[in-house]
Write a protein that binds this ligand. Structure first.
Ligand code: SAH
Length: 199
């Protein structure tokens, strides 16, 4: 998976590659689909949601340019797989999921694997996590029609955020907090399940 799908397509960040090698992806996938866990595809995880293709997980993580000391906010815990990849690289991950059974399942999986550096919240992640802001990095793993306005405001100076933006199909957009403003860059066409918002 790592050599062919990820390094072979140009992700070269060694921290990301090491994390992708280490996290047991099959433990985040429903038992009946585990034989496909290391394939080059997204998979259903229940509740109409999906775990992203390994390459996309690696690509998005690499876009954050993590050095190893960051506080990271993740919106859309889902299976908890992306959370685990982040938790291998940084000391503290805050993750928010809106669907109860997925929130519970991810917490069980991550705690079962011994990840003690993840804080979980059940709720609407488009609000961010105000009490714990600012974050050095924010990663949104569901497709937003537009960037939820509260999220970039919770970035630290020079903080980086990656989010799929668009309706139906999306583009991964990188947002970097620079001085008083934000720099935006479109990176890659993708397709994610929709980000739901209660406000
Ligand atoms: N990163 C996940 C991908 C999960 S799919 C993984 O590795 O498995 C996207 C997830 O975002 C779904 O679980 C969905 O329920 C969640 N989601 C959608 N809208 C949300 C919101 N407003 N706040 C928090 N989570 C949300």
């Amino acid at each position: 998976m790592v050599e062919v799908q990820i390094r072979g397509r140009g992700v070269s960040d060694e921290r990301v590659l090491a994390a992708m090698r280490k996290v047991p992806r099959h433990l985040f996938i429903p038992p009946e689909l585990r034989r496909f866990a290391y394939g080059d595809e997204p998979l259903p995880i229940g509740e109409g949601q999906t775990i992203s293709q390994p390459y996309i997980v690696a690509y998005m993580t690499a876009a954050l340019e993590l050095k190893g000391g960051e506080r990271v906010l993740e919106v859309g815990t889902g299976s908890g797989y992306q959370t685990a990849v982040l938790a291998e690289i940084v000391p503290l991950v805050f993750t928010v999921e809106v669907i109860g059974p997925l929130f519970e399942g991810a917490r069980l999986a991550l705690e079962g694997l011994g990840y003690a550096n993840v804080r979980f919240r059940l709720g609407d992640g488009t609000l961010g996590w105000e009490e714990e802001a600012p974050f050095d990095s924010i990663i949104v793993t569901a497709g937003a029609e537009r960037v939820p306005e509260r999220l970039p405001k919770q970035l630290a100076p020079n903080g980086r955020m990656i989010i799929p933006v668009g309706s139906g199909f999306q583009e991964l957009v990188l947002i970097v907090r620079e001085g008083k403003g934000f720099r935006k860059k479109k990176l890659l066409p993708v397709r994610f399940v929709p980000l739901v918002s209660s406000h």
